[in-house]
Structures are given as C-alpha cells and as structure tokens.
Design a protein around this ligand. Structure first.
Ligand code: G4P
Length: 529
C-alpha cells in the first residue's frame, strides 16, 4: 500500500455533539489524554470563557485564539490519526455548529444519563440525520443518579427514529454504580472507589457466569438484577448490524463516566473499529474517492478575527481526497483561479502549527484574503471537482437592522453583505424593498452582538437593532406564488439575497396554519444552496 493510502486509511474524522454540560469537554479531554496529545486535564479551554459570554462577550473574543484552536484537534491513538471537530455550544452556538457536522464522517453524541435528550442534542441530531452519518452514543455521568437505561434507549428510539444497540450495560448508578457489562465479551468491568477519586484504576473483569465472584463484586441483589436485564436486552434489543450503524440507522450505545475515566477507553477502541476511514463525497454526479491522489477540499467554516490589529480571516477546509502540500498551486473552483494557500495550519489541543502536508480526512485552516465563501471547493488543477454547497440552516432569532446615519448606506451594505458571506449571519429583505433595512437571522443570539460590534469597528457604521418576534423560517420549495398565500398577520414573506422566497413565523402553530390553508405549499427548514 502506498504511503498516501496508508495515511488516509488510518484517519478518523468525527464531531462530538451534546447539550451544554452533558460532558463533551470532559470526554474530549480524556480522548486527548489517552492519545498523549495533552498531559493534564483542563487543557481544552474556551469553556470557562464561554460561561461569561452573557455578561461580557468581549472576554470570549479575547479567548478566541484559544477557541479557534480547540475547534479542531488532531491526535494519534493506537495507529489511528484522529481528527475531532468540536461543535460550539453554550452562547456561541451558531450556524457554524451545524456546518461543522458537514465536515465529519461520524458523530459522537454525549448524553447526560440523568437528563436524556435535551434541546441542543435534538437540533444537532436532525442535521446528522440529514446526512445519514453514523452516530455513536455515550451516555455519561453514571457515577451520579441516572434515569433507567431502558427508558433512555426508548427515548432515543422514539424521538430520533433510530435503532439502538447497547455495547455495554450499566450496573446501577450514583452511589450504587458498580460498573458495566460488556455484551460482546460477556463480562463485567467494575467501577471502584479509586475511580470516584479520579485515580487511575483498572477495572476488574469478571465473567457473567461466575455467580460467586459477581456476588462478591457487585452484591447479590445487583447481580440478580443484571442477569435479568441482560436476558431482557438480549431478547428484545435490535440485532447488531454494522451496515445500519454506517448508514446512521442504528446507534451503538455506551454507558460510562467521563469525569472518572470509566468506560472511555473501551468506548474509543470500539468506536475506532466501527468507524470508517474518510468517506467519498459527491461532485455533481461523480464520486470523489478519498484515496484519489488529486487533492480536493471544501470550506465549511470561516472565522473572522475581531482584533483590529489582526483583521484576518481563517478559512477551515475539510480535505476530501488526496494529499495537501504547502505552497503548491491549487484551483479555487468558484472563481476558476489558481492560488497558493498561505500559512496552512493544523491544530492540536491548545497549539497550532504550520503544516507542510495533510491528507484526506484532515482539517486545515488557511489565511483567507477574503475570497472564500462557505461551501467553496479547492482542488488540484489536474482534476477539477466541485462539491455540493453546504446547506443553509434555519435561523431562530431575527432582528430588523437599520443604519443610524443614512449617509453611510454604502458601508452598511458592504459590512452586512461581507459578514453574511462569511456565514456568521443570514440576511433577508421584504420583497421590493431596498437595502436600507435588512432582516438579520441568526442561529445563536450572540451573533447579533458580534454583528453590531463588527459593523462599528470594521465598517464604522452604527446601527439600530430591533429584535423581531419570529422564531421559525422556512424556505418555500413548491412553486407557489408567495404574494397569493393565505397566511396569518404575524407571518411574513421575505426573500434571501439569492432571490429565494421564505416565510417567517412566530410559532409552529402558524406554520401548520399556512400549510393547511394553502394547498400544494411545501416548506423546508434548510436550503440546499
Ligand atoms: P460540556 O462540554 O458538554 O458543556 O460539559 P463538560 O465536559 O464541561 O462537563 C460539565 C460538568 O459535568 C462539569 O462539571 C464536569 O466536571 C461534569 N462532568 C462531566 N462528566 C462527568 C461524569 O462522568 N460524572 C460527573 N459526576 N460529572 C461529570 P462542572 O462542575 O460544571 O465544571 P468544572 O468546574 O468541573 O469544569
């Protein structure tokens, strides 16, 4: 096997999703510790800064250097080269969070065992389901009081319409948490006091048929309960089917406790075996094979630096095929121009460094002179490809934006358009109206503050922002004439700047109302672009 093939084959690129506080940062940190990429817990930063976001979001920006680096992390483990994509949460939840999922080949979903599915998990899951990517579930915090595991699986199946396959099974929870049963090896791994004190401790293994030893380890009562539960599970649960896992129809479920290091390593090992190396992507009707020697990549994230002294943008690309080489000429498909990507960087925990080469599956960040848009393709001029654009996801917060000083119309338009091009905001307008007033839509409210700040600092424009009561936006996908629609008075018809027609609503009730009253009307909560 050639070196190129070897390098690509050992790559695994996945995103970690969760609702805030379920344990995403803790789990990521444990992965990095196992891989030797960091030496101590607490090295994955950005979180403490995010906590203060409501009171002082500029603090967040001061930390931005760090949050950029921790947004993609690469480390080695057991011969694999792993790329973890972090999905911004908390107050910096934005469209970027969704787009990151476009760059991943699989997803790890962390769920708090006491809470089950929470709103942010629900939103992110929907995006994963759109792409049918494999989803691995880690049910966390078993060292605390937790909900019944059967009930948690049932919730996943009912709410997400996905099959579940527990790879291991918890024995108790909270103070009576005794460990997990490994369904494949038919043995238990015990959780002991040293784990609770965060000491490194190997779990004791015991075969499920060794009743005497089991009684000693977990007590008669819990042993009997476990045997019953395993019988039930073996009889009633889904069959394991790797194809279904790889099509996102069946999620392998693991129980553990990231904080106490319990169940993390078995999870990582099992996960790496079940996931695949980088997957092919479509360019029009053609399949781009990741092992093709010609380089290709697409832009999934653009991050502007808000520091006045460094007004640069970093563009993040996911490599889809071949090998990237520094200083080589590549083709930017959108403009049909060749370019050399300057200072390509890769991130590793809290460090970023210039790289000379990278392979399919990797994420690289390059300085962007302002030419890239979300979804752009960059490839070898020897073999031009063009990947399908990244969908635009429905914002949930809207405001009406006007410039204070009408003489600054040009700067206002330029600023708003450029920031929209980076993908930080979406802009809409009422049909037949000009650009004096725009409707801005964002996925996370922090983006409004960022927008105001950037318009003032980078474009010297002060704005008046009026928050609007809308919460839902839908693209009209049928060829219905929007001017003839029967809609409630608090529903508005708007257009995006590509001329697509959309409706914005204040409630889900109004969406149903519109669908019921207008025959043939079809609505969609993302735009394929
Ligand atoms: P997030 O990135 O998903 O937002 O969650 P994060 O890992 O920061 O975890 C949120 C809180 O839950 C943290 O506590 C963390 O220590 C705790 N936690 C994570 N995994 C486990 C677990 O397996 N068991 C228990 N008992 N707790 C867990 P915190 O006090 O909010 O933050 P910190 O001060 O410890 O950073």
């Amino acid at each position: 096997m050639s070196n190129l093939q070897n390098e690509i084959k050992r790559r695994r690129t996945f995103a970690i999703i969760s609702h805030p506080d379920a344990g995403k940062t803790t789990l990521t940190e444990k992965f990095l510790l196992y891989g030797g990429a960091i030496q101590t817990a607490g090295a994955v930063k950005g979180k403490a800064a995010a906590r203060h976001a409501t009171s002082d979001w500029m603090e967040l920006e001061k930390q931005r250097g760090i949050s950029i680096t921790s947004s993609v992390m690469q480390f080695e483990y057991d011969g694999y080269c792993i790329n973890i994509l972090d999905t911004p949460g908390h107050h910096d939840f934005s469209e970027d969070t969704y787009r990151t999922l476009m760059a991943a080949d699989s997803v790890v979903m962390v769920i708090d065992a006491a809470k089950g599915i929470e709103p942010q998990t629900r939103k992110l899951f929907k995006v994963c389901a759109m792409r049918n990517i494999p989803i691995f579930t880690f049910i966390n915090k078993l060292d605390r009081e937790a909900r019944d595991p059967f009930e948690l699986l049932d919730e996943l199946e009912k709410e997400f319409g996905i099959g579940t396959y527990p790879i291991n099974w918890p024995i108790g929870c909270g103070v009576s948490f005794k460990g997990v049963f490994d369904r494949e090896k038919r043995c238990i791994l015990t959780f002991g006091e040293p784990h609770r004190n965060y000491q490194k401790s190997d779990a004791v293994k015991c075969d499920i048929t060794d009743t005497e030893k089991l009684d000693e380890l977990i007590g008669e009562y819990q042993r009997a309960e476990l045997v019953d539960q395993i019988e039930l599970l073996d009889g009633a649960s889904f069959e394991f089917d790797i194809d279904k896992v790889r099509n996102g129809k069946l999620t392998p479920v693991f129980f553990g406790s990231a904080l106490t290091n319990f169940g993390v390593e078995p999870f990582l090992e099992s996960f790496l075996k079940m996931t695949t190396s980088p997957l092919p992507r479509m360019s029009g009707e053609d399949i781009v094979d990741p092992f093709d020697e010609n380089f290709s990549a697409f832009v999934f994230k653009i991050q502007a630096n808000m520091n006045k002294a460094h007004r640069d943008r970093i563009t993040f690309m996911r490599i889809c095929s071949g090998k990237f080489e520094r200083d080589k000429e590549y083709l930017h498909t959108a403009t049909n121009k060749t370019l050399r990507l300057s200072q390509p960087q890769q991130m590793m925990a809290d460090d970023r460094h210039i790289i000379n080469e990278a392979y399919a599956g990797d994420i690289i960040g390059v300085f962007d002179p302002g030419i890239f848009s979300i979804g752009d393709t960059v490839c070898s001029p020897k073999k031009a490809v063009k990947f399908a654009g990244i969908p635009t996801f429905a914002p949930e917060h809207f405001c009406l934006l006007e410039q204070k000083d009408t003489l600054k119309r040009k700067q206002f338009v330029k600023g708003v358009e450029q920031i929209a091009q980076e993908g930080a905001i979406q802009i809409f307008h009422e049909p037949n109206s000009g650009m004096e007033r725009v409707i801005v839509g964002v996925v996370g409210v922090l983006q409004f503050e960022v927008l105001e700040y950037r318009l003032k600092n980078e474009y010297n424009v002060e704005v008046i922002r009026n928050n609007l009561p809308y919460q839902y936006i839908r693209w009209i996908t049928s060829d219905t004439d929007p001017s003839k629609l029967s809609i409630t008075s608090d529903t508005k018809w708007v257009q995006d700047f590509k001329g697509n027609n959309l409706l914005i609503f204040t409630s889900e009730w109004n969406i149903n109302w519109a669908l019921e009253r207008n025959e043939g009307l079809e609505l969609q909560d993302f735009s394929k672009n």
